[in-house]
Design a binder for this molecule. Sequence first.
Ligand SMILES: *[C@@H]1O[C@H](CO)[C@@H](O)[C@H](O)[C@H]1NC(C)=O
Ligand SMILES: *[C@@H]1O[C@H](CO)[C@@H](O)[C@H](O)[C@H]1NC(C)=O
Ligand SMILES: *[C@@H]1O[C@H](CO)[C@@H](O)[C@H](O)[C@H]1NC(C)=O
Ligand SMILES: *[C@@H]1O[C@H](CO)[C@@H](O)[C@H](O)[C@H]1NC(C)=O
Ligand SMILES: *[C@@H]1O[C@H](CO)[C@@H](O)[C@H](O)[C@H]1NC(C)=O
Length: 618
Amino acid sequence: MLSLPIILSFTTSLAAAAGLSDASLKNYVNSLELDYSFNPVKEAYWTSLPHHRRTPFALSPDGSRAFLAYLDNSETDVHIQRVDPKTFAAVGSAVTVKGGKEAGGLVAHNDGFALLTNEALPSGTSSAPADSTPVPVLYRYTEGEQTFKTFLGGPGVHESDGLSASPDLNGDLVYSEKAGLYGAYFVVTDYSGWAEGHFGDSVQYISTNGSLETLPESSAWGCSHNTGIAFEAADAVPFASICAEDQGDIWLNTNNRGMDLSGTKISNENTTNGAGGESMGGMSGSYSNLARYQGEDSYIFSWVSRGAVDLYENSWMGKGYVASANRTNGRNVAIATFSDKQTMDGEQASSVVGAKDGDSQVNWITSGTADCSNAHVATFDGANALVTWEQIDEPQCNNIAMGCQGEFSGSYFQLVNKGSKVGEPLKLMDTYVAGDMVTMDDGRICWPYVNMTWRLDQAAGSYGGLPSSTTKQISFACMSSGNDTSSSSAVASSTAISSAISSSSAVSPSTAASTQVEVTAATVSTSSSAVASKVPASFPVVSSSSTMASSISSVKIAKIAHSSTSSLATSVSASATTFSTHVRASSTSSVAAKEAPTALADAAENKGEDCKVQYIYE
Ligand SMILES: *[C@@H]1O[C@H](CO)[C@@H](O)[C@H](O)[C@H]1NC(C)=O
Ligand SMILES: *[C@@H]1O[C@H](CO)[C@@H](O)[C@H](O)[C@H]1NC(C)=O
Ligand SMILES: *[C@@H]1O[C@H](CO)[C@@H](O)[C@H](O)[C@H]1NC(C)=O
Ligand SMILES: *[C@@H]1O[C@H](CO)[C@@H](O)[C@H](O)[C@H]1NC(C)=O
Ligand SMILES: *[C@@H]1O[C@H](CO)[C@@H](O)[C@H](O)[C@H]1NC(C)=O
């Protein structure tokens, strides 16, 4: 006879047939042994709150080879490990890309892989950025041997638009077999030319032989201070792209690569100091935010947002542009769907000056007072998608438009069919998303993570109270929609019984204790101490000369294009304080930290500090 709890959980799993249940999930705990140590935590821009450090993951078109890329614990060298797509165990030993500073994107091929990373140019390279600031670069390996290496920034790349570097590589790499092209979309800072000293983004296309293509669909400079990138392949250029910028919007900018009104406004977001609520994950995010439905031309996008109220004209941007205040304290999860790479389903976000509501068109997945972060999406098939996020039920959100802190309340996994939620989300305490979510040959969606105690209650890294951690083991988790070839329903039901029973104990803090991360009584470092190391400076909006909207006056662009530090202060002085951007000085700088109240003061201060290289944390 079945005991009551078993009958109950059995009933629950049947009832949940309309959505995801414990039976939908399979973990491969510590299946992948790494050759080198990996630090699974990356500090967020400005707050230093912990984010999962991305481990790019990809599957070859024939389904035979998977690869995982990870940054060495020393923070130099990227390792690429081949992974068995059935067992998620290592196949052979890792290939190391020496000098790589970030595992910024990975494409798997039937005979190897391509990696997007950033690295310092050899010393003595003419026209290299100062202080060995890394530049973006694409590597292709075939059967373990390097077949090409192509710089996507630095000397010789879009010189007439200015030279760019990528101190942090936030962005993504995709590949289209039909187009015969790799596409990379990443955050840059220019170190020469009209946008010198400013942060923006760049789209580059590379052919299969490694040549950097200068296409009309390439872009040297797009969204100002891009705070989140979503990029997905299409059958032809331009590939599908989305940016979150620091002026208050998230744009579908496939056709314009910029932040002007010719794009499609997905949402209004409250922004400040180069941040936009970490809508696409912030530091170490910008992956698996935009997914193409299998075998279709349609796409789905997922992000987190505080909503938008009280729209007012963004006079710095000009007519037609608005900024907004946030509706909520914590962030909720939202999705948008697109019938093709350039067409959003439903209405654009409002640009009506004076409107009370700036988010009524948003398709929300959550609506509570919890703070949601680390949202990602992948598609099971032509109609079903998996949307995931992490939650802090009682968040403390100390900083406008940044992340929040508090006790981690769980990872959530929601089945979505054609833009509508199906059933309740599955909640897990010991499974996270820390790398690309990949649709496997059997129809499941699988992703890598590190089995550790996950804490979101205080800052990490050198400014935080959370101890640093390293691991040599990667776990994988796979979700099935119930509409795949990996499990019969009989198997699924019996698994439901056992996993429903075990999940209650797995959730208890004692069994979830991690060997990799020790909870210590270390003094709690507040976010203000984290802030103390960062130097504010101002950054006006800069748009690409090639993607310029006619609505942005050429006078304004000219002013920015030729601004010295002092004229920069002039051009910014008329704008709101939120249009300034915080950056930190290079690690070699010993500039004293101070939060300046206005953009003008920021600029003046920055001028006095004589910072050479500035790193942005987003
Ligand atoms: C690489 O491929 C591109 C596009 O197919 C072609 O235009 C170019 O000539 C090729 N370059 C070399 C060096 O083969
Ligand atoms: C963001 O929202 C805050 C209120 O939380 C508001 O004070 C600030 O002005 C908003 N930022 C912008 C750019 O409107
Ligand atoms: C199951 O997958 C197929 C193939 O991708 C898809 O066309 C169909 O809509 C899915 N069925 C359901 C019930 O979601
Ligand atoms: C807006 O967000 C900030 C954090 O970004 C928070 O402190 C503030 O309370 C929020 N405003 C509302 C109205 O919830
Ligand atoms: C994670 O690790 C803990 C402690 O080693 C173990 O009890 C648990 O089963 C693991 N679970 C998952 C899903 O990773």
